[in-house]
Structures are given as C-alpha cells and as structure tokens.
Design a protein around this ligand. Structure first.
Ligand code: AMP
Length: 194
C-alpha cells in the first residue's frame, strides 16, 4: 500500500478541445485505482471530473464524490461512485476534500479548477498544511498558469519559494509514479485555522 492513500483530483467541468486532456483524466483515474489510491473529486459526471472517476471505477477503484447540493443537478452528479458526500456549500465541499486527502492533483480545467488549485497552494504558503500538490500539465495546459506565478515572482508579489509549493508533471503515469513514492505526511493539519 502507498503512504498516500487518498488524493483529491481537481479538473474541469468541460473536457477542453485537446483530446489528450480527457485521455489523461481517464489514465489518471485508472492509474490511481491500480495503485490502490482512493480518488476524491467534485462529484460530477461531466468533463474532466467525470473522466477521472470513470477511469478509476473501470479499474474497480474507490471513488468519493463531494458535491454541494445546489450543483448536484447542474453538474449531473455521478451515479456510480463508491460514496457521494453532499455538502451545503462550496466552502464546506473544499474543506471536506482537504480533510479527506493526502495530496492534490490538478488536471486541465477552467476557473473553478484554478480557484481550487490556488486555494490549496495558498493554504500551503500559509503553512496550514504540507500536503503535496501536483499539477498535471497535459497538453501544455499549465503553461499560462505557471507563467502567471513566474510573473508574480518577477514583480515581487510572490516569494521565490512559491515555486516549491507544487510540482509539475507531464503525464498521468508520471503523477501516479510520484504519488506512489511520496512519504506519508507526519504533522497534524491545521484544519481549525482554515
Ligand atoms: P471549471 O474548472 O471552471 O470547469 O470548474 C471545475 C469545477 O470546480 C466546477 O464544476 C465546480 O464544481 C468547481 N468550482 C467552480 N468554482 C469554484 C469555486 N469558486 N470554488 C470551488 N470550486 C469551484
């Protein structure tokens, strides 16, 4: 069993235009299931979210969806997951995702995906946790995101060590290999300060 037992995967409610994005989401789900790592995700059946869940479920993996009640219809809640947790707000959803996972992986996505990823990065910047954050750069999606962070560092708005708050890997296979070798997080997480 890997030390990392459960991973929250953030990703778009759309699949994007480049087919490699959806293929990567499916491959990530499959790879996590084969590695015995539980997939936690936004609970929708559509886009990148649905693909990562479908990939894991197809390999018999454990998949936990976490969705706010108001989004369950709009994002067509997945009906085949191992467990669906319904929350009363976006904030309680994000907090529950945070509590249940040992690490975070970002797949290509839109504004919601950026919000979720930046929140995990900024919580780490504030030393509220030290859980690994991996950005999967499928199809070059992460380029502008990383360039934005570089611009913030160059302008003196983010510290140089901001680059060390996350890792960037190019494929689903590389992400699963990295998660499989990561050690367990030892320290208690400051959930009460979130
Ligand atoms: P998007 O990347 O914009 O396709 O959004 C992906 C998913 O992130 C959405 O389907 C929502 O479930 C979620 N999301 C959107 N906005 C937010 C937000 N402000 N905070 C947390 N999650 C969000």
């Amino acid at each position: 069993m890997p030390a990392i037992k459960a991973v929250t995967v953030f990703g778009g409610a759309a699949s994007g235009l480049d087919p490699v994005c959806r293929e990567t989401a499916l491959a990530l789900g499959r790879g996590l299931a084969r590695a015995g790592i539980t997939v936690i995700f936004g609970g929708g059946s559509i886009g990148m979210m649905g693909a990562v869940a479908d990939g894991a479920l197809g390999e018999g993996g454990e998949v936990i969806g976490i969705i706010p009640d108001f989004l369950a219809r709009r994002e067509i809640a997945h009906t085949s997951v191992s467990e669906m947790i319904v929350t009363d707000s976006m904030h309680s959803r994000k907090r529950r995702m945070f509590e249940l996972s040992d690490a975070f992986v970002t797949l290509p996505g839109g504004l919601g995906t950026l919000d979720e990823t930046f929140e995990m990065i900024t919580w780490r910047q504030l030393d509220l946790h030290s859980k690994p954050i991996i950005i999967c750069d499928a199809g070059g999606w992460a380029g502008p995101f990383l360039a934005l962070i570089e611009a913030l560092i160059a302008q003196g708005f983010a510290p140089d060590h901001a680059r060390g708050l996350y890792e960037v890997l190019g494929s689903a296979e590389a992400v699963v290999a990295r998660l499989s070798e990561l050690p367990a997080i030892e320290e208690a997480t400051a959930v009460s300060r979130l």
